[in-house]
Design a protein around this ligand. Structure first.
Ligand code: UDP
Length: 194
């Protein structure tokens, strides 16, 4: 896929359709992939946090999120095809999961938020299979239990712990997550559960 680089962060420049086709094939493939989003805030954080920048580079797919990134690209004489943010992708991902009989796990945000989001998703997609939900304040005493819950049969894991904590959490645990696609989605649960 074509790439655009802004402040040392390379993300894909492609259409929503191409992005969805790729995600659909990855969700149906056991090989582990990590997907992250980059918005203007992320670009700023990455300038001062080398490890976060490294983790972004190591993502299998890095998607451009928001008008700040679009504007930055334009200033570099590169036009972005599409704004591929988590909020806009979510309904397409749910359609995809239902069509393919795949399972979603929601990990992140304060206690109760992922549960409310799951209820909302079930209202709109009654056939959506949710393999589990868990809040995002995970100390060492519960990590094994949380990993076991996720690994019971999840095809897409959304991690909403904020930037850059979620990207680092995913990188630290990726090898132990038996999940085809893991995606860091920032404040999406707070937004969607309202
Ligand atoms: N959060 C979490 N675990 C933590 C710290 C934060 O799950 O250890 C959650 C917090 O409850 C909120 C989200 O991470 O739901 C951060 O949201 P924010 O809007 O700051 O994310 P951004 O998209 O700006 O990174």
């Amino acid at each position: 896929l074509p790439h655009v680089k802004v402040l040392g962060v390379p993300f894909v420049n492609t259409s929503l359709e191409t992005c969805l086709r790729l995600l659909k094939s990855w969700i149906c493939d056991p090989q582990p992939r990590t997907v992250n989003f980059v918005n203007a805030h992320c670009l700023n954080v990455a300038q001062h946090d080398r490890y976060y920048l490294q983790v972004l580079h190591d993502s299998d797919l890095l998607l451009p999120d928001g008008s700040g990134v679009k504007l930055a690209c334009r200033m570099l004489d590169q036009e972005l095809e599409a704004n591929l943010n988590g909020t806009d992708l979510l309904p397409h991902l749910c359609d995809m999961l239902v069509a393919d009989g795949k399972r979603l796990f929601l990990l992140g945000a304060a206690p109760g938020v992922a549960e409310r989001m799951a209820e909302k998703l079930k209202e709109r997609w009654p056939d959506l299979e949710i393999s589990g939900v868990h809040h995002g304040f995970i100390g060492p005493e519960i990590i094994e239990d949380v990993l076991a819950q996720i690994n019971q049969g999840t095809d897409l894991l959304l991690v909403a712990m904020g930037v850059p904590a979620q990207e680092k959490w995913i990188a630290a645990h990726r090898e132990r997550l038996q999940v085809p696609v893991v995606m860091g989605v920032g404040g999406l649960f707070d937004f969607y559960s309202q």
